[in-house]
Design a protein around this ligand. Sequence first.
Ligand SMILES: [Zn+2]
Length: 365
Amino acid sequence: MVPISHIVQYLEAWAPAAYQESYDNAGLITGDMHWPVTGALLSLDATEEVVDEAIERGCNLVIAHHPIVFKGLKKINTRSYVGRAIVKAIKHDIALYAIHTNLDNVTNGVNFHIARRLGLQNIRILAPKKQLLQKLVTFVPQENTDSVLAALHQAGAGQIGNYNNCSFRVSGTGAFTPNEAANPHIGAANRREEVTEERIEVLFPAFLSGKVIQALRQAHPYEEVAYYLTNLENENQEVGSGAVGELTEPLAEMEFLQRLKNAMQTGCIRYTALRDKPVHRVAVCGGTGSFLTGEAIRAGADLFVTADVKYHEFFDAEGRIVIADIGHYESEVFTKELIYTYLSEKFPNIALHLSDVVTNPIKYF
Ligand SMILES: [Zn+2]
């Protein structure tokens, strides 16, 4: 049987836990990574009703977008909806796992999924994050270059967009004098040595640096491995908030709003003044997204689809964009289908279920 850890590793190869926002609490909330999975229930929220559904369906894993425990908990009792979900999950050996802002922040995550539902093309991250990349420079004797590079790639270095195994190398001369205590791969104590070496450069996501350095040390023939690790200011185009893309054919504003209503199955859209301009470029952010209004305007979007917009935040449209608030639940409820598709390809033998519980706490009249 497949342990929960295998599912988590596969999910986090797509949406690494390191990419969750600092305020988030994504990850395993209750349970044990070693438990064999009896079935997984996919939901937007892991409320008590969803835990009940998991029990009924024989699933010991609930994969939710929102972490049911978000802030620190000082009491775990049944007086709050959070406590009731946790108490029941623990009592019935149910693991609750959340894949939240890490799934918002990656290519092909929550926001790409919304963009695709709306028929957008050429989808990219709206606000790529900076300082998530590192560069490694190291020096390797020529005959070992290929094996060291292979080890670095194996550890995840050199994956850039749709390109794998990227590196740069240049030849030069390395010089060193080992002392008596050294155990040199090349040369002898107290004798200056010159060796033809290659300088190798590779990029990788900063959260992999431990793994990459370990791979370097294992594959490199030298006792003392010379390397530089640099934090890059560059944006990582594959990680960040929101998404933006274009419609194949521009649509009149009301026509687009109708498409939005149908595609996201929302009963109500709150929007700012129309601009009497066709909609071509559209920005999206599932859940609370007002913090991206400026980015959406700078990206040249005609319309910004998001949720949880407050009264004063609607004013920020200023006639430069149309803000459309479709509701938090409505913007993200299809995330469970996205996770379902991803998992079912890899784990065809695990029973995966989409939750039937409507967890939306908001009613419309
Ligand atoms: Zn949300």
